[in-house]
Design a protein around this ligand. Structure first.
Ligand code: FES
Ligand SMILES: [Fe+2]
Length: 425
């Protein structure tokens, strides 16, 4: 349970709010690369209650500037890309990607005052199939070099989905290891959409033992299950500072997703999904098809509150689906978090022992927000390129030896990895 003051602090991200200032200290994904191809059209962006326009200028450089024209507020996302910037349709003022006003054609030659007009502009970079913006003050840190952002291009693909609730509910769903064997459970014999069936075989009647440890990039989350075969099944997920997570999927060691939960405003957020597979290229065609079957053109899941998530109680009765909402996990997650309310009232909740990760993430965020409020630099900013790949990062799931637990399994895997990657003596 949280006090109202703390719940407000964690969930309000507009300009000038403490959490907004904190989240603006990090690069945030604002679109996928597929949405901004070379020569592509300007794209309206709303992030943390700020309305912006992402565009490529006529040299294909990316720019992110305020959507309202500083002259008299007409929407610049309808503007013309030309002459080194984006030109407003109303009176023709022209802005480059740095927010400079280059032209005011409607003003007489001797009355132009371009040099006095400064428009809002934020730096952008492309990485990992997404376009990222830095909306903070001062020198931007680095965008992390996680393998799911930097691995070979055929092994990665990025999507985004709009969810109609506060960002923290999204983050909490991905860092909550206790819900997987309930919400996402499937009857035996129904294979995972993604392949592999290990998680699906685990039933909610035997809850996992959950523990955490701190890492250089966030919090490592262990969920240890007793599998029906009598073996130990471990899932290692992560909370990634400040608004990311890497839930392991049923593809085991070879694949998982990186995720970012980015506020649109306090009542909506985008969930960025960075699919990644270490060992081989992804079947992108199948993933794209799966995405299009489940996510509509408005970026929201086809299953949504307006159609009661298309719940089919016959599916529940027949055992075809635990919740009667098909077998696409992300739509099940969307149901769980969107029905908590636009902003979950955390003054009215009962947390249990399996909510230790939820509590840890909130505490870490509250501490970090306080730091920024005290005038210190936001924690966890990475500025050193040689530390930016996070050597202690693991995201995996699978059976482990009887004598091992989560931490000892990870220590062994990490030391094997460092032995393989260290230069020969
Ligand atoms: S409102 Fe944009 S140029 Fe006038
Ligand atoms: Fe989930």
């Amino acid at each position: 349970m949280l006090s109202k003051a703390k719940n407000d602090l964690l969930t309000q991200t507009g300009p000038g709010t403490p959490c907004g200032k904190f989240l603006r200290s990090y690069w945030q994904p604002i679109a996928t690369s597929q949405e901004m191809p070379i020569g592509g059209d300007p794209l309206p962006i709303r992030i943390m209650s700020e309305d912006l326009v992402l565009f490529r200028d006529d040299k294909d450089h990316l720019g992110l500037i305020g959507r309202a024209c500083p002259h008299r507020a007409t929407d610049l996302s309808y503007g013309r890309v030309e002459d080194g910037g984006l030109r407003c349709l109303y009176h023709g003022w022209l802005f480059d990607r740095h927010g400079n006003c280059l032209d005011q054609p409607a003003e007489p030659q001797d009355k132009k005052f371009c040099h006095k007009v400064r428009h809002k502009a934020y730096p952008v970079q492309e990485k990992g199939g997404a376009i990222w913006a830095y909306m903070g003050e001062g020198e931007p840190p680095l965008i992390p070099d996680f393998e799911f952002l930097t691995g070979p291009e055929p092994n990665r693909i990025t999507f985004r989905v709009l969810q109609t609730c506060n960002w923290l509910q999204g983050l909490e769903s991905s860092t909550d290891p206790a819900h997987t064997t309930y919400l996402h459970r499937r009857p035996p014999g129904i294979a995972s959409v993604r392949s592999g069936n290990d998680i699906a075989a685990l039933r909610g009647n035997d809850p996992p033992s959950i523990s955490i440890e701190q890492t250089s990039f966030g919090t490592r989350i262990f969920a240890l299950h007793n599998s029906p075969a009598g073996k130990k099944y471990l899932r290692v997920n992560n909370y990634v500072y400040p608004n990311g997570a890497t839930p392991s999927t049923s593809t085991g060691e070879s694949g998982y997703q990186g995720r970012w939960y980015v506020p649109v405003d306090d009542y909506n957020h985008y969930r960025y999904e960075f699919f990644y597979r270490h060992s081989e290229p992804l079947n992108k065609e199948r993933l794209i098809q799966n995405h299009h079957e489940n996510v509509a053109d408005d970026h929201r899941h086809v299953r949504r509150p307006e159609n009661r998530y298309m719940q089919d109680r016959e599916q529940m009765k027949s055992g075809a689906s635990f919740g009667g909402m098909g077998i696409y996990f992300p739509a099940q997650d969307a149901f769980a978090i969107e029905t908590q309310g636009a902003i979950q009232d955390r003054t009215q909740e009962y947390l249990g022992s399996t909510d230790i990760v939820i509590i840890a993430v909130r505490q870490a965020l509250l501490k970090a927000i306080q730091k920024v409020e005290d005038g210190e630099e936001a924690p966890w900013l990475q500025r050193e390129p040689n530390k930016n790949a996070f050597a202690d990062f693991i995201c995996t799931s699978g059976y482990i030896e009887d004598h091992e637990d989560g931490p000892s399994f990870c220590r062994r895997v990490l030391s094997d990895k460092s032995r393989k990657t260290s230069p020969a003596q």
